[in-house]
Design a protein around this ligand. Structure first.
Ligand SMILES: [Zn+2]
Length: 346
């Protein structure tokens, strides 16, 4: 079985304002690097050009009136939702194809037609709320796919791990009072970064209490801290929850070179984390894992992290890019304290 690489030309047509960091160059650069790396000719990758999501598939996560508003503004040629989140004529179609691609590829993985997948999409989705566009996001792709797995495919334990540097507020809120979808957010502390949420005390409510875990990272946290979190928090949590499917919000803005954020992961640290997550999926749910692209604004990082991710998913040897960033001792100490706090809650 092959790894699905989900991509549509429409993902390059959606453009925010001129000079905006969430630009088509992000996915173009990644795709070019994948083409040049020979990975696409390895016989292990299936290029999947997605269909658009049906309106009833996205209505599970967003209100009808909000979706109509995004469509209308797109159809009319453009408009702003927030200062940094605007549409052009292609935005609605691109977002619907991104969400549709997510559904299509998780179906294929579940039906034994694909091994795993990377959805190389724009616009990203994890900030999009029920009735609100936010943080460059319009339709919450990963939430739509998780809802599909639960409602249409009968899954009872879907795990979302979101390691984008920004908290996935939209995803958290979509499943905050449910236990079928477990949201884990590893992000830069909300006191220091948009959207200003994602604290340890946000643990879910009602039936969903305890099925939402936030790991706010002190600025400067890098490879050592993320490795600690994986071993001390993520692995025990996965053992306990025993997921049937794992979805990842992959935001490469956790890299030290990203200019929008203050975390310190290296390319190799991101690749090792992806490898650990892939291994966790193999151990717990027959390798069923899908990575949804969220943020990541440094083009070199987009290129390298995407190549490394496809190498991990296909099982091919990993290219070493050799970037180095020593994590400072203060960050590591803050992470140890965070682990103690989170363990007390569990
Ligand atoms: Zn982000």
């Amino acid at each position: 079985m092959k790894t699905d690489l989900v991509f549509h030309e429409l993902f390059t047509k959606h453009v925010l304002s001129p000079g905006h960091p969430e630009s088509p160059k992000r996915v173009n650069t990644a795709l070019d690097a994948l083409k040049k790396s020979d990975l696409l000719d390895s016989g292990r990758v299936n290029m999947l050009q997605p269909r658009p999501a049906h309106s009833d598939e996205v209505r599970t996560i967003h209100s009808k009136s909000y979706l109509e508003e995004v469509k209308e503004r797109s159809d009319s040629g453009g408009g702003y939702f927030t200062l940094d989140t605007s549409v052009n004529e292609y935005t609605f179609d691109a977002a619907m194809h991104a969400a549709g691609g997510g559904i299509q590829t998780v179906n294929r993985i579940l039906d034994g037609e694909a091994k795993n997948s990377f959805i190389l999409c724009r616009p990203p989705g994890h900030h999009a709320e029920y009735d609100r566009a936010l943080g460059f996001c319009f339709i919450n792709n990963i939430a739509v796919a998780a809802r599909h797995l639960v409602s249409r495919r009968g899954m009872r334990r879907v795990l979302i791990i979101d390691y984008d540097a920004h908290h996935g507020n939209g995803t958290q809120n979509a499943f905050y009072s449910e236990r079928e979808v477990f949201y884990v957010g590893i992000h830069q502390d909300g006191r220091t970064l948009f959207p200003g949420t994602g604290f340890v005390h946000e643990r879910g409510e009602g039936k969903g209490e305890g099925y939402n875990v936030n790991l706010p990272m002190y600025p400067g946290c890098g490879d050592i801290s993320y490795d600690l979190l994986l071993r001390k928090i993520i692995k025990p949590l996965v053992d306990e929850f025993s997921p049937e499917f794992i979805l990842i919000s992959a935001g490469f803005d956790c890299h030290f070179r990203d200019r929008l954020t203050s975390l310190s992961l290296t390319t190799s640290g991101i690749a090792k984390m992806n490898n650990s997550l892939n291994q966790i999926a193999k151990d717990h749910c027959e390798g069923r894992i899908a990575f949804f692209l969220e943020g990541g604004y440094d083009l070199d990082v987009m290129r390298q992290a995407s190549v490394n991710l496809i190498e991990v998913l296909t099982g091919l040897p990993r290219t070493e890019y050799g970037d180095v960033m020593e994590e400072n001792t203060v960050s590591v100490e803050k992470t140890r304290q965070l682990i103690e706090t989170v363990e007390k809650y569990r």
